[in-house]
Design a protein around this ligand. Structure first.
Ligand code: SF4
Length: 345
C-alpha cells in the first residue's frame, strides 16, 4: 500500500457541480426532458502532486467525468477550474494550448498511439505542437531521454506501436503525456488491459514519474486494489454521482456508504486469515435514461427508507476530509457496530 504521503494543500484543479446529459438538445434540457444522465452534479478538487482516484463500476460516469475535465466532452452544466480560473469559456485554440499542462493517458494505448509513426516521433510530437523546442532535433533528443527513462531501449526508438507489448505501449503513452511537463495527467483505466504483473510495474512507474515531475493524477479505475495502491484520495462514483470521498487509508479502513462497503467487500484480502463477508447487492441498477428520484442508490440499498426514495442526500463532511452522501450513515454505523459486537460475543 502507498506510504503516508503528505499532500500539499495547493489545489491546482477543481470541478464544481459537473453534469453531463447525452442526447438532449439544449432547449429541452431546461424542461428537464429525457436523455442519458451520465454524470450528475460531481465536484472535487485535486492538489499539487496528488493522486485523486475516481472509482466505480463500469458505466458509472467516471470516464465521462475524466474527459469532461479536459473538455474533450463538453459538460451540460458545471464549471472547471485550473489554478482557480474557469476554463469553460476558453476557445478551442486556447484549450489546445492549455493541454500541454493537462494531458491524458487512455486505457487502450494502441488506439491512442498513431500506428503510422515511430515511437520516437510520437513522443517528440507534443513538444513541436506546443512550440516548446526550436527544432525537431531538440524534440527528439528530449524524447529519447524520456523513452529511456520509461524503460524503452535505444534500438527500439524507430519501431512502430504494433511492435510493442501492452505494457511497453503504456510506457510510451506515459512518456508522450509527460514530455510537456504537465501539472496534471488524467489516467483513464491505464492498467486495466494489462496482466497483473505488468500492472504493478506500470503503477510503480507512474509513482516514480510523479515524484520526478511533481505531476498530479486524476486516476480513473474500476479496480479497488489498484486504487488502494496508487491514490492519496478516493471518490466513489455510483450512477453518475460521487457517494463518498476520503483519504485512501481512511476510506479503506472506515467505509461509511453502503455502496462503498459493498465494493470493498468484494476486494480479495492478501492475508488468508482475514475473513470478510461479501455484501451482495440486490435490486435493479437504475437506467441513466430514467434517473431515479431521491438517493440514486435507493433501489439497491439494504438500509433504504421512504425518505431515501424521495430526497437526494446532500454531500456532508462527516469528519475532516471524509465526505458522504447518505441520510442514514450514523444509524447504519451504529447497527453495524452492534452486529460486530454481538458476533464477537
Ligand atoms: Fe441507502 Fe438511503 Fe443512504 Fe441512499 S441515503 S445510501 S438509500 S440509506
Amino acid at each position: 500500500m502507498k506510504q503516508n504521503k503528505k499532500t500539499e494543500d495547493n489545489v491546482i484543479f477543481e470541478v464544481k457541480n459537473l453534469s453531463k446529459v447525452f442526447g438532449v438538445k439544449k432547449a429541452d434540457r431546461k424542461k428537464g426532458s429525457g436523455g442519458i444522465r451520465a454524470v450528475n452534479d460531481v465536484s472535487f478538487a485535486i492538489r499539487e502532486k496528488e493522486t485523486f482516484a475516481l472509482v466505480g463500476e463500469s458505466g458509472c460516469g467516471k470516464s465521462t467525468t475524466g474527459r469532461m475535465a479536459l473538455r474533450l466532452i463538453e459538460p451540460t452544466e458545471g464549471d472547471i477550474f485550473y489554478h482557480e480560473k474557469s476554463i469553460m469559456q476558453l476557445k478551442s485554440g486556447e484549450m489546445r494550448a492549455l493541454r500541454k499542462n493537462m494531458q491524458m493517458v487512455f486505457q487502450d494505448p494502441y488506439s491512442s498511439l498513431n500506428p503510422r509513426k515511430s515511437i520516437l516521433s510520437i513522443v517528440a510530437e507534443p513538444l513541436l505542437i506546443h512550440n516548446m523546442v526550436e527544432n525537431k532535433k531538440q524534440a527528439e533528443e528530449q524524447a529519447k531521454e524520456l523513452l529511456c527513462r520509461v524503460g524503452i531501449r535505444e534500438d527500439q526508438f524507430d519501431r512502430y506501436p504494433h511492435e510493442f507489448s501492452g505494457g511497453q505501449k503504456q510506457r510510451i503513452s506515459m512518456a508522450r503525456a509527460i514530455i510537456t511537463k504537465p501539472e496534471i495527467i488524467i489516467c483513464d483505466e491505464p492498467v486495466s488491459a494489462l496482466d497483473v504483473s505488468i500492472q504493478a510495474q506500470v503503477l510503480n512507474l507512474l509513482r516514480e514519474l510523479q515524484e520526478e515531475y511533481r505531476v498530479s493524477y486524476l486516476f480513473i479505475s474500476h479496480d479497488m486494489s489498484v486504487v488502494k495502491y496508487i491514490s492519496d484520495r478516493v471518490a466513489v462514483m455510483y450512477l453518475g454521482t460521487i457517494v463518498e470521498e476520503a483519504a485512501t487509508e481512511d476510506l479503506f479502513a472506515n467505509p461509511l456508504h453502503p455502496y462503498t462497503q459493498a465494493l470493498l467487500s468484494a476486494v480479495p484480502e492478501a492475508d488468508p486469515d482475514i475473513k470478510k463477508e461479501r455484501i451482495v447487492l440486490y435490486g435493479e441498477i437504475p437506467s441513466p435514461m430514467n434517473f431515479p428520484s431521491g438517493c440514486p442508490f435507493h433501489t439497491r440499498c439494504a438500509y433504504a427508507t421512504e425518505h431515501c426514495n424521495d430526497f437526494r442526500p446532500a454531500r456532508v463532511e462527516v469528519k475532516e476530509g471524509h465526505f458522504l452522501a447518505c441520510h442514514h450513515w450514523e444509524r447504519i454505523r451504529q447497527s453495524q457496530r452492534k452486529e460486530q459486537e454481538e458476533s464477537h460475543g
